[in-house]
Design a protein around this ligand. Structure first.
Ligand code: IPM
Ligand code: MN
Length: 354
């Protein structure tokens, strides 16, 4: 298969983990005889510094012309501590999602047996947890009408039936490929937008009678997720709730550095770790590349390359089992490996195994 991949390393630890993700993709391509081409483009703070725009037109063109976007992270503290900054790196990410029409963000949450002890939650509680959070990505408060005045500010949590229905359908399709259990998370006891979500879901449910649909308020879901994570199979929720719940979900895996994600919709699909740019760690060769490498597996699987994705997943499992781990997931007393060493080990393992 021929795939053109737009590589957007972004800021902070982005470039370091991006290199390791690309190395895994190259190793797999070599093994299976696929022709992958990579084109790098600027985004985030790096793009603001170079062009004044966090998602420049040229980057948009590179993404639009590609078959997939392989994204890392954006964000820089020099903008975080400056509420007056006119442009922020995060706007680049939001513009990219919107312009590429990426309305469905797929965030799998699972445990790795050998890392169960890393979770702040009790082993017996998280062991075997395995669910997918489908987060709506181009609507809600992130994109609704805003006002930012001196003494008054607001964000509007607007959703249309069309937006709700299409994301619910994505979630139902996922549920059908999994354990056929969908939990719709909302705040329908308070929010009008949530009541629209619930109404649309109730209308769609009979079409998916083979899937068990239940409804949960977001406050309750936040509690349930750490009390009984195995309850969930597929969660679907709006943009803001999904943002918050998936950070919480990373506690189940034990490290933010382990969770990949895919964003799909009408334009070029995008694959990225769920974590941010961790500026304090930039250039130190300590960031965990696994979320990025697992995002490479999701990319391949998106194009039906399941054996290829599986090889990456097995390489990741092998690295964990061999103790080749970055400091965030190393066992006490174990030697910690660098970003580069873990990435290289995984690429070598891919080259040496079928
Ligand atoms: C995420 C991030 C982004 C979001 C930020 C960086 C804009 O937290 O992808 O979850 O809020 O969507
Ligand atoms: Mn987030």
């Amino acid at each position: 298969m021929k795939l053109n991949i737009a590589v957007l390393p972004g800021d902070g630890i982005g470039p370091e983990i991006s290199r390791q993700g690309v190395a895994a993709l190259r190793a797999v391509a070599h093994k299976f005889g696929h022709a992958l081409t990579f084109r790098e483009a600027l985004c985030g703070a790096a793009a603001i510094d170079a062009t004044g725009d966090p998602f420049p037109e040229e980057t948009f063109r590179t993404c639009r012309e590609a078959d997939a976007v392989f994204f890392s992270a954006v964000g820089d503290p020099k903008y975080d501590h400056n509420p007056a900054a006119r442009v922020r790196p995060e706007q680049g990410l939001l513009a990219m999602r919107k312009k590429l029409g990426l309305y469905a963000n797929i965030r799998p949450v699972r445990t790795f047996e050998c890392l169960v002890h890393r979770s702040p939650l009790k082993d017996e509680l998280v062991r075997g947890a395995d669910f997918v959070c489908i987060r709506e990505l181009t609507g809600g408060m992130y994109f609704g009408e805003k006002k930012e005045g001196e003494d008054e500010a607001y964000d509007t949590n607007r959703y249309t039936r069309h937006e709700v229905e299409r994301i619910l359908r994505v979630a139902y399709d996922y549920a059908r490929r999994r354990r056929r259990h969908l939990t719709v998370v909302d705040k329908a006891n308070v929010l009008a937008s949530s009541r629209l979500w619930r109404r649309v879901a109730q209308q769609l449910a009979p079409e998916y009678a083979d899937v068990e649909t239940d409804f949960m308020y977001v406050d309750n879901a936040a509690m349930r997720m750490i009390q009984d994570p195995r309850f969930f199979d597929v969660i679907v929720t709006e943009n803001t709730f999904g943002d918050i719940l998936t950070d919480e979900g990373s506690c189940i895996s034990g490290s933010m550095g382990l969770l990949p994600s895919a964003s799909t919709g009408s334009g070029t699909p995008l694959f990225e770790p769920i974590h941010g740019s961790w500026p304090e760690a930039a250039g130190k060769n300590i960031a965990n590349p696994l979320a990025q490498i697992l995002s490479a597996a999701m990319l391949l699987e998106h194009f039906g390359l399941t054996a290829e994705g599986d090889l990456i997943r097995r390489a990741v499992d092998a690295s964990l089992a061999s103790g080749v781990r970055t400091p965030d997931i190393q066992t006490p007393g174990g030697q910690a490996y660098g970003t580069e060493e873990v990435g290289q080990w995984i690429a070598d393992w891919i080259a040496a195994n079928d």
